[in-house]
Design a protein around this ligand. Structure first.
Ligand code: SF4
Ligand code: SF4
Length: 473
């Protein structure tokens, strides 16, 4: 019976309206739009908008016309955001934003970007393309991109306010101007979009604005549009998390989607949460530059130390992120590369499941104790072998390193030397010779005494100027 109740409850939950539908129900349809001729040049510096300014340059070459699409509009909305995602994307280079805006990336349509910071139009001229998209009169397909969390605008609407506005439209009673929120634009545009993309952790999972205690109802794009959302081409919400995200992760995902829209490739592989699988299927720990320290049980206790940062609060072993291999920007920087522990900023549980930051994650204690124990044996053995490999065989023979840098370094004692010989013998035990005319060849079988012509010259020679070398028979 309890199961039945649970199932009924879940079914009821699924049939509930999404936050986007509830917002549109509250606001109602819109059918009044601006006449740009009446608006004149207000908000249009140089009397030209960005698309038309770039068009002659962007359309100059044929390479952006290889597929069916010559251009795609990209509407960028900022919800509860710090603009860090915009900064990350403007620094990306695989491909760069500039190549997409100019249509110079082979095979990709040029992108007509509508971004509240990057574009230079303002007011009605900035919003004109979004208006045309709402009316279904845009001259090309479009994608929508959300940076920052979506908010529950039904709450402030009741009091005449809003959380995240994005211009004004004559959509009030009797055609009055009223503020239009970022969420309203998304709710109206998402069904007709070729793809809806969330960039950054606020837009993908709610992020910092949705932390416990927030009054805005901040949520992810996925939460806002609901599980049944599909774009006009049948694609669920695409998520590229990170706070701030790696700009190249986003641009690479966009480029892959554009290749799909151009008919050049399949839909890229996304995981069950809509993340590009090839970018987020590994934990950051697996590619961390400090991973070997972890393995040897060698942990930092102060920031600035080179060792593994798990004991100053790194969550890397359980976090999906590729920043250690890709770097933050242009393959440079990135948390642990630059000395910062991972606080899990790409994860749906961020930030509430990772706080307090910079304290040891309780779950790490078992594995760090084990690696400490293992490291206490493995690390000295590795250093022992490392010391041996840092010597030429000739130096072993003469018991001297002819380097002005190594005068203070003690020669290995008899016990170490015996150990190294024993080790070398084990190493060579599997070295199988090939036999040619009954004579084994290619196997280094033993050390023999032989004249060392260089000994007199380079080392001053021993009493007999000889050395032992490995002889190849
Ligand atoms: S710093 Fe973090 S990610 Fe890197 S090895 Fe240590 S625990 Fe793993
Ligand atoms: S390493 Fe951790 S904190 Fe750094 S970007 Fe990746 S998930 Fe965020």
């Amino acid at each position: 019976m309890a199961t039945g109740t649970g199932q009924t409850g879940r079914a009821a939950q699924r049939s509930e309206k999404t936050p986007a539908q509830r917002l549109l129900d509250m606001l109602g349809p819109v059918d009044t739009f601006r006449d740009l001729d009446e608006v004149g040049d207000f908000g249009l510096p140089g009397r030209i908008d960005m698309e038309h300014l770039l068009e002659p340059v962007a359309m100059a070459g044929p390479i952006s016309r290889l597929g069916p699409l010559e251009k795609v509009h990209a509407f960028w909305f900022s919800g509860m955001s710090c603009d860090g995602c915009s900064v990350a994307v403007t620094g990306a280079e695989t491909p760069s934003l500039e190549t997409l805006l100019l249509g110079t990336h082979p095979g990709l349509p040029r992108v007509v970007l509508h971004h509240p910071v990057v574009n230079f139009e303002s007011g009605p001229h900035y919003l004109a393309a979004a208006e045309r998209a709402v009316r279904g009169e845009l001259d090309a397909p479009y994608v929508i991109i959300l940076e920052g969390s979506a908010t529950d605008e039904t709450v402030p609407h009741e009091f005449g306010g809003w959380w995240a506005g994005n211009g004004e439209e004559p959509w009030g009673p009797d055609g009055e101007e009223r503020s239009v929120t970022c969420e309203e634009w998304i709710a109206r545009l998402a069904p007709g979009a070729a793809a809806s993309i969330a960039i950054g952790t606020c837009a993908t999972w709610g992020g910092i604005p949705s932390a416990q205690g927030n009054p805005t109802g901040a949520m992810s794009l996925m939460d806002f549009l609901g599980r049944d959302y599909r774009s006009a081409l049948g694609v669920p919400v695409v998520n590229v998390p990170g706070c701030a995200p790696i700009g190249d992760n986003f641009m690479e995902t966009v480029a892959s989607l554009l290749y799909f829209l151009q008919g050049y490739g399949p839909l890229p592989e996304f995981d069950e949460l809509g993340r590009p699988a090839w970018l987020f299927n590994e934990t950051v720990h697996r590619h961390c530059v400090r991973g070997a320290y972890y393995e040897e049980g060698d942990f930092a206790h102060e920031f600035g130390e080179p060792n593994c940062l798990v004991e100053v609060g790194c969550w890397g072993p359980v976090v999906n992120c590729n920043i250690t291999s890709r770097g933050a920007e242009r393959h440079v920087g990135g948390c642990m590369n630059a000395g910062g522990p991972c606080i899990g900023c790409t994860m749906p549980g961020f930030p509430d499941k990772f706080t307090p930051f910079y304290t040891v994650a309780p779950g790490s204690k078992a594995s760090t104790s084990a690696s400490r124990l293992l490291g206490s044996v493995i690390k000295p053995l590795r250093m022992y072998t490392n010391e041996h490999l840092n010597r030429e065989p000739r130096w072993d023979l003469h018991k001297e390193v002819p380097s002005g840098w190594a005068r203070e370094k003690a020669e290995p004692g008899r016990v170490k030397e015996l150990g190294h010989r024993f080790y070398d013998r084990i190493r060579r035990s599997d070295d199988t010779p090939r036999t040619y005319e009954g004579v084994p060849r290619g196997k280094r079988v033993e050390w023999t005494e032989q004249e060392d012509p260089a000994a007199e010259r380079s080392l001053g020679g021993g009493e007999d100027g000889s050395r032992r070398i490995m002889e190849e028979r």
